[in-house]
Design a protein around this ligand. Structure first.
Ligand SMILES: *Cc1c(COP(=O)(O)O)cnc(C)c1O
Length: 404
């Protein structure tokens, strides 16, 4: 634990502590909060200055925002979460936003201008895609690329390519991207790379250490972890941070006080929850592979998954979200009957909370031609923390409706 309120050093002794230890204390400073373990929840718009001089000093600090200036620029509670996420990702600093999608839009708008070309993974989260398409109104062209392209992305780069957006594994379809290969090509040309790291969390992948410039999280998912809040974060390297902070200020981004607090609280148990989600998901994935109703399980931690080798090389673990492709002969009516019959797997969007969820999806409706060729129905499953035997029984019962 940090004993000195002003000491920015790592916690503990000389050696840097293990992740489990870091998560307990990161962004926390009991000495500055009367010994209370958790930071106070600051609410507010106005911040009072003691003098004109301190008002001027705060104005000079504008883009770093280390001093409280106005509620919209973030409270000390918000800074605590931002510094914690930066430390966990190996970044310089981070910016919190009202949602994961707001983190994506704020980060992209930090860089683009009229006439730019941007490359976006074809496997990106659907609302990311909607936003990138909308940039056409401002004369910015979004082009989608095969997530498995790797270093061959070089052939798609144009003189006006400003950024490359990655998401690994991809939403719904779980392709693992070769982050080092893509960022190496981009870095050589001064093209900014951004990656949506929501699936892996800062525990299982640190893309900044693989060469990207910006890491984005929907903290709504595992970081808050209890389906009770919406929150986003953008973690940056030092060169990029002022641009992202300026973008967030321009757009009026500010995460709510309660949500920031819940994000900070969620961090403390992130390792415990994710270890269990990983264990549950892997167990269920192996079970699903054996089911005759299932054509394919999309989960990079599974040996035999298309992205397994890259996942093994770059990731430190896998979270609880996976895809299931059913055998092609199960039609929509029987898949609907299966979903309606489930009791433990809730039919609902989002994921990363304690509960199991399931949603159907159809990537062929929006992906590039040839990118999604499976003909069976696709289901996305979030494996929660319920008892595994109960979860299997629920799915087995659902499968019975499938084959009726
Ligand atoms: C949910 C999600 C988002 C958006 O997060 P919100 O907090 O719901 O806005 C972004 N990226 C990925 C990969 C997601 O799953």
């Amino acid at each position: 634990m940090k004993r000195d309120a002003d000491d920015g050093a790592e916690c503990g002794g000389a050696a840097s502590p293990a992740l489990d230890t870091t998560l307990i204390h990161v962004g926390s400073n009991p000495a500055q909060q009367h010994g209370f373990v958790n930071p106070p929840l600051y609410r507010g718009s106005t911040v009072l200055y003691g003098s004109v001089q301190s008002m001027e000093e705060t104005a000079r600090d504008r883009l770093k925002r280390t001093l409280p200036a106005y509620g919209r620029f973030g409270s000390p509670t918000c800074r605590a979460l931002e510094s914690a996420l930066a430390e966990l990702e190996g970044g310089y600093a981070s910016v919190c936003t009202v949602s994961g999608l707001a983190a994506i839009t704020t980060a992209i708008l930090a860089f683009v201008e009229t006439g730019d070309h941007i490359l976006v993974s074809d496997s990106a989260y659907m609302p990311t895609r909607n936003f990138c398409d909308s940039l056409r109104r401002f004369g910015i062209e979004a082009q989608y690329y095969d997530p498995c392209i790797g270093g061959a992305i070089e052939a798609l780069l144009r003189p006006n390519t400003r950024l490359v957006f990655l998401e690994s594994p991809g939403s719904m379809t779980f392709e693992v991207q070769d982050i080092p290969a893509i960022s190496e090509v981009c870095r050589a040309r001064g093209i900014v790379t951004l990656v949506d790291n929501t699936w892996a969390t800062p525990l299982f992948l640190n893309p900044l250490t693989l060469g990207v410039d910006v890491v984005i999280h929907s903290a709504t998912k595992y970081i808050t972890g209890h389906a009770d809040s919406l929150l986003g974060a953008i973690v940056c390297n030092e060169a990029i941070y002022p641009l992202v902070r300026a973008s967030s200020i321009r757009l009026g981004q500010c995460a709510g006080a309660d949500d920031v607090y819940l994000g900070l609280r969620g961090l403390r148990t992130l390792t415990v929850r994710l270890r269990q989600h990983q264990h549950q998901a892997l167990t269920l994935a192996h079970w699903l592979v054996e089911r005759r109703e299932v054509a394919e399980v999309l989960y990079p931690a599974l040996p035999g998954d298309r992205g397994h080798a890259l996942w093994k090389r770059d990731f430190k673990g896998a979270s609880g979200l996976l895809g299931v492709v059913l055998q092609p002969h199960h039609d929509k009516a029987s898949v609907d009957a299966m979903l309606n019959a489930l009791r433990l797997f809730g039919l609902g969007h989002s994921w990363g909370g304690f509960e199991s969820l399931i949603v159907p999806g159809d990537p062929s409706a929006y992906r590039l031609p040839g990118q999604w060729q499976r003909s069976g129905a696709l289901l996305r499953i979030h494996v929660g923390l319920e008892d595994m035997a109960d979860l299997k029984a629920d799915l087995a019962e659902g499968f019975r409706h499938l084959s009726r």
